[in-house]
Design a protein around this ligand. Structure first.
Ligand code: FES
Length: 180
């Protein structure tokens, strides 16, 4: 029977039990929202133990390498120690794309875990496909946990900005990383 260590407590799981279900059944304060692999609210990081298999479409290679898992989509077969993502690196979701002109789009990103950033501070955004780029924050609301950046498209610009300008849609997932 696998045992999970999380926030100083131990949670034994039933054989083949869904990780999030097993944590919530035992009143663990594990974050979650959609329970469908979409919102990333339930993302935790493995600090000890073997990573369970993660569907590559759900997390980026970088996230998997760093030991992140989505508890709502995970069944555990061996003991694991888990922690919340650091507050400097949180999952987010694109909530708005406003085209200003042919080269500039303002995006709004809602972070699903508490995150603090100041206007003018730089953050790195990583798309689910692994494209990443760094931008200054042009707007932030701590009430709604929403930040805003202007993404400029230029010839030879970053694959991230090309993705935002050509393919990104509201509801797409991102990682938001505060630069040190
Ligand atoms: S709760 Fe939304 S991805 Fe797991």
């Amino acid at each position: 029977m696998p045992e999970i260590q999380f926030q100083g407590n131990r949670y034994p799981l039933d054989e083949n039990e869904n990780l999030l279900d097993g944590l919530l059944r035992q009143n663990a304060r594990a974050p979650y929202s959609c329970r469908a692999g979409v919102c990333h609210s339930c993302m935790l990081r493995i600090t000890a133990g073997c990573s369970p298999a993660v569907a590559p479409s759900l997390l980026t290679e970088e996230q998997i390498k760093k030991g992140y898992i989505l508890t709502c989509q995970t069944r555990v077969t061996a003991d694991l120690s888990l922690t919340l993502p650091t507050r400097d690196e949180v999952p987010g979701i694109l909530t708005e794309l406003e085209s200003l002109n042919s080269t500039e789009i303002i995006i709004k990103v809602s972070t699903r875990l508490p995150f603090e950033v100041s206007i003018g501070e730089h953050i790195t955004l990583v798309s689910n496909a692994g494209f990443e780029a760094t931008y200054p924050v042009t707007g932030f609301s701590s009430d709604s946990q929403t930040l805003e950046c202007t993404i400029v498209r230029s010839a030879g610009g970053s694959p991230f900005s090309a993705w935002i300008h050509s393919e990104a849609r509201t509801g797409d997932r991102l990682m938001v990383i505060k630069n040190g």
